[in-house]
Write a protein that binds this ligand. Sequence first.
Ligand code: UDP
Ligand code: MG
Length: 167
Amino acid sequence: MNKKTLILIKPDGLVKSLTGNILTRLSETKLEIIAAKIVNVSEELAREHYKHLQDKPFFNELISYLQGGLHDRQKVMAMVYWGDIAIQKVRELAGATNPEEAEPTSIRGAYGRITSKGVYENVVHASSDEKEAEREIKLWFKPNEIIYDVYPTETKTLDQVSKRVWV
Ligand code: UDP
Ligand code: MG
């Protein structure tokens, strides 16, 4: 079911103080926000997220971009939005991948740019289809970080798992 989508506010969006603006734009979709967190993106997570682009010449630069290496801001805001036709609604609001080709009123068209190294700094990520949405949501979030049961889960008892806790 096309009901949920992953959105990332990339490091350029955070550095440019666009978070509030982007959340306001997203509220135009009337979708419901069902998960949100700030993530310090590991290289492993960045590579897994963009693994479909690993053969591209800009791949390493893209990984550095998502990790905040181009912006001195090692974090992204990750969110799951829920509602009818969520994927298309958010993709349309985000605009085309290339910020120069994106509608000027879209988020990428308004705030994106192309770096001198050719990377599209386009402010947000939005899942492209249902399969990718599922893969990405499961990559970025654990089941109990999302307020609805968006995918089937099971309860496992794990032995010898180390967990960081408050002292
Ligand atoms: N990207 C880029 N140059 C390209 C294509 C993509 O820098 O020619 C970057 C851009 O930041 C984009 C990300 O790689 O958002 C992922 O690319 P994808 O083709 O999945 O586009 P998206 O789904 O983000 O629109
Ligand atoms: Mg994509």
